[in-house]
Design a protein around this ligand. Structure first.
Ligand code: IPM
Ligand code: MN
Length: 356
């Protein structure tokens, strides 16, 4: 097939991990006879430096005409002055909204090697296979925000419509159907009105249209504990934007390192947005030691969800798994004998090329 993919390296370690993704996409194209047309655009701090705008019009145009977008990371100390007029993160939020990618999928399935690094007892991690579905274009992230009373008061409005909750619930239900058919919806319905709306919409949609899916509602404060006490009990975890942001960082601890977790953001429109869940890691940027696996696994999600290339996606996932099995481990996973970003990326690309 022929597909157009826009790469957004962004800030910090972003360019280093995206360079490995580029290699991997070339390897997949080669091995399976596809043509991937790759172009690159600016986002985040580097875009602010170039033009004052964290999401320049040229970037929007390139993303809108792409079949999929792959992002490295945005942000860094250079642009994080709380009084700065624009921030790198605004570019990412605007891109999510522009592409209409309301469902953010974050799978968490600890690999045995990585599980060694998790602070939890190994037996707690057995059988853990989670899929977070985080609503991505609503809630406090996108509600009205501002200051009043001479800056002495600040507010961020959390707002959700029935339609917004319905569409992400349906996504989660379709995904649950291909898994263990269980959804845990997380909210704070004992306090928040938006959570009560979520609860009633999720209950209606699932009981009317997805009778085969089992579901439960759990309060977010309790969920933070359950994720550490009994993570293997959950399958699909569906939640709103801010809770999903927080819970997925917590869940990344189960996988041993943030450097291993990919994400896919999809909507009803054309281009999906794919990114590792880690940040720009300015402290290690430019040293060639970043773990590229989360980005390579994001490429697998891109191949699966935006291009419909299931065997190609599986071959990438198998290659990363084989790298971990073979002890090809970046610095976040091992002290002695760590491989560089480039070595890890080369290993995976070679594996994909050589897979019969
Ligand atoms: C994430 C990040 C972003 C978010 C930031 C960079 C805006 O933390 O993708 O989880 O909060 O959504
Ligand atoms: Mn986050």
């Amino acid at each position: 097939m022929k597909a157009q993919i826009t790469l957004l390296p962004g800030d910090g370690i972003g360019p280093e991990v995206i360079a490995e993704a580029r290699k991997l996409l070339d390897a997949v194209a080669n091995r399976y006879g596809h043509e991937f047309i790759l172009d690159e655009a600016l986002i985040g701090g580097i875009a602010i430096d170039a033009s004052g705008d964290p999401l320049p019009p040229d970037t929007i145009a390139k993303c809108e005409r792409a079949d999929a977008v792959l992002l490295g990371a945005v942000g860094g100390p250079k642009w994080s002055d709380p009084n700065a007029p624009v921030r790198p993160e605004q570019g990412l939020l605007k891109l999510r909204a522009t592409l209409g990618v309301y469902a953010n999928l974050r799978p968490v399935k600890p690999h045995p090697v990585a599980a060694k690094h998790a602070p939890l007892k190994p037996e707690l991690l057995e059988g853990v296979d989670l899929l977070f579905v985080r609503e991505l274009t609503g809630g406090a992230y996108f509600g009205e925000k501002g200051r009043e009373q001479d800056g002495q008061v600040a507010f961020d409005v959390a707002r959700y419509s029935v339609a917004e909750v319905e569409r992400v619930t349906r996504r989660a239900a379709w995904l649950a159907r291909a898994r263990r058919k269980k959804i845990t919806q997380v909210d704070k319905a004992n306090v928040l009105e938006t959570s009560r709306l979520w609860r009633s919409v999720v209950t209606r949609v699932l009981s009317e249209d997805f009778p085969d899916i089992a579901f439960e509602h759990v309060l977010v404060d309790a969920m933070t504990m359950h994720l550490l006490h009994r993570p293997a009990d959950f399958d699909v975890i569906l939640t709103e934007n801010l809770f999903g942001d927080i819970l997925t960082d917590e869940a990344s601890v189960l996988a041993g390192s943030m450097g291993l977790l990919p994400s896919a953001s999809i909507g009803d429109g054309k281009a999906g947005l794919y990114e590792p869940i880690h940040g720009s890691a300015p402290d290690i940027a430019g040293r060639g030691i970043a773990n590229p696996y989360a980005t390579l696994l994001s490429v697998a999600l891109l191949l699966r969800h935006s291009l419909g290339l299931e065997s190609e996606a599986a071959s990438v996932e198998n290659a990363v798994c084989a790298a971990l099995d073979a002890g090809v481990l970046p610095r976040d996973l091992v002290r002695d004998g760590a491989v560089s970003t480039v070595e890890a990326g080369d290993w995976v690309a070679r594996r994909v090329r050589e897979t019969a």
